[in-house]
Design a protein around this ligand. Sequence first.
Ligand SMILES: [Zn+2]
Length: 283
Amino acid sequence: MTELEEYYDHLYISPHFDDVALSCGGQVFRHTAIGDSVLVVTVTGAEPPAGLQSAIVQSLHQRWADSLGETPEAIVAQRRAEDWEAFGILRAAVLHLDFLDCIYRAGPDGAPFYPGPTDMFGPFNSADTDVVDALAASLANLPEAGQVYLPLGVGGHIDHGVTRRAGEKAFTDVAYYEDYPYTMTPGALEEVLPAAGRGEWRPETVWLTETAMAAKIESVSAYRAQLSSFFTGPDDLAAKLREEGRRVMADATADGEDAPKWAAGAERLWRRRASFTLPSFEE
Ligand SMILES: [Zn+2]
């Protein structure tokens, strides 16, 4: 457990282990390279509860047992250790909150809120609202930060949506990151940021040097327990992260930005435009 500082220049909120490394690893590297402090807080760091046996939980735990030979408790311990390693590479501090992943959340009667194999990408269960308030309270107690970053919620994962809503309750001025790997699905980003509504948003492109790109790849490589879900191996991981870097560069240049010659990739943040409407001036 790290001794937390009272203040961080940058505070990133990650729904799951690996989300911030996957989506923001390059910018975290850039921050710490110039001496800025970064804290990455992972929300769903709790151990799976004993006894909850929905279809999705059973199949996931079976897959862990078959492919990794590990129990759910051991997997969470391993994922915490991997997170330490990943952000050790990027020189950021980490904090793991003990919220349950949505597949483990259940009502007082023990009935799971998201029992099916695709329910984690389905509609929010209104009985699950308490988690938003509890997380908002927890986030409000974090150290002060110069800038807070939340997931946009690309891909519609329940935990990404919960993290964004709780973060919006807890913090006033936030930047949003594009959730990778969901951004790989054509149209997924547009679902969250429709072209028609983009005028209310301001993009901020973070250009990545080759060094930052390589550090991001090395950092993500630390999440060995999770990699098989997204990538076929280390080469595929590097290739896909580079492809994502180019996808973001293409988006930015399509919006009229000039990519610096040295850029090996990019990450993009979004901020809501400040409203300059002053009613007293309009009357
Ligand atoms: Zn996630």
